[in-house]
Design a protein around this ligand. Sequence first.
Ligand code: THU
Length: 129
Amino acid sequence: MSLQKAATEVRENAYAPYSGFQVGAAVRGASGEIYVGCNVENVAYPEGTCAEAGAIAAMVAAGETQLTEAYVIAGSPTPVTPCGGCRQKLAEFASADAVVTMATTGGAEQSTTVGDLLPGVFSASHMDR
Ligand code: THU
């Protein structure tokens, strides 16, 4: 299955009663396995959990800590871009050249990399003394 198909399908399960904005995400682990996530909101924290965070959590829960590619899709007018927190999460588990494809349900796609999404990323090396 393609990342595009996996992200598009899981988006149907998004729980977004507060924003009305459904997002689906899929990441490919270094093993080749695909992990998916959708956004899940709740009344106390209406922004909830992002689709990308859900896909990354599924990957880590399955025992993988490296992703090679990510795909995110929403019913937005232009390709949906990961929020700041998700950019840091992607950077934690991917190399800077890992491709992130952002898409709309209308068929538009735009690709970038984890490094370009988060220039100047804070990393463990900053804590070296
Ligand atoms: N959202 C995502 O799941 N991923 C993104 O990249 C952007 C935003 C979700 C969070 C919230 O449920 C809704 O979209 C509106 O912010």
